[in-house]
Design a protein around this ligand. Structure first.
Ligand SMILES: Cc1cc2nc3c(=O)[nH]c(=O)nc-3n(C[C@H](O)[C@H](O)[C@H](O)COP(=O)(O)O)c2cc1C
Length: 177
């Protein structure tokens, strides 16, 4: 197996070269790498450090293959062996105002850490689309207070990454508009 140091890239490079991957080759991703990615998700900033996220690991073929019936743009899920559903946990927390931001930050950490490990991934939007939320809650038997937010398939990419130029000075504003 590749050693971690052989596959790791630095943070800036991972952020700049990460792309949404929609073609995978079905090679299995080790539990070791998935655990690193999950740990990175849990180190995201969160409002009041409440960490209102939960991570549902989907690694059963029959469940993965049902997801395109719920999410119309998720066909790539048939080519991976694992996907992480990031959910908000709205149970007994003091302040839930920022749960979507907590889950967004965690999702982004999953994507960047996967890229850093040489893995492909993609953010598939779930929340706030009612049909996807209801469909996934039913499929995974989620309790009322667990709200599916984003779905992140992870695998080995079969795409050649585009390298778009996105630095746009027009988006930067100094001191006033
Ligand atoms: C909130 C959110 C929802 C998204 N949902 C989908 C989706 O359902 N299907 C999909 O193919 N890509 C989805 N994407 C990925 C975007 O299409 C992608 O990030 C964007 O085109 C920029 O490309 P890049 O990620 O390669 O830089 C989503 C991204 C975000 C942030």
């Amino acid at each position: 197996m590749e050693t971690l140091s052989a596959v790791l890239m630095d943070t800036i490079e991972a952020i700049l070269t990460r792309r949404s991957i929609r073609k995978y080759n079905n090679k299995e991703v080790s539990k070791e790498l998935i655990n690193i990615i999950l740990k990175c998700g849990m180190y995201a900033p969160s409002s009041y450090n409440q960490q209102l996220w939960e991570f549902i690991i989907i690694d059963k073929r029959e469940i993965l293959d049902k997801i395109p019936e719920i999410h119309p743009n998720s066909n790539m899920i048939r080519e991976v062996n694992i996907a992480i559903l990031v959910c908000g946990n709205l149970n007994e927390k003091i302040n839930q105002s920022y749960w979507t931001q907590d889950c967004s930050a965690a999702t982004q950490n999953l994507l960047i850490s996967a890229a850093s490990l040489g893995l492909g991934s993609i953010w598939l939007g779930i929340y706030p689309r009612e049909d996807r939320i209801i469909g996934l809650k039913k499929l995974l038997n989620l309790p009322e207070h667990i709200i599916p937010f984003s779905l992140v398939p992870i695998g080995y990419s079969e795409e050649i990454n585009e390298d778009p130029e996105r630095f746009n000075p027009d988006k930067i504003h100094y001191n006033k508009w």
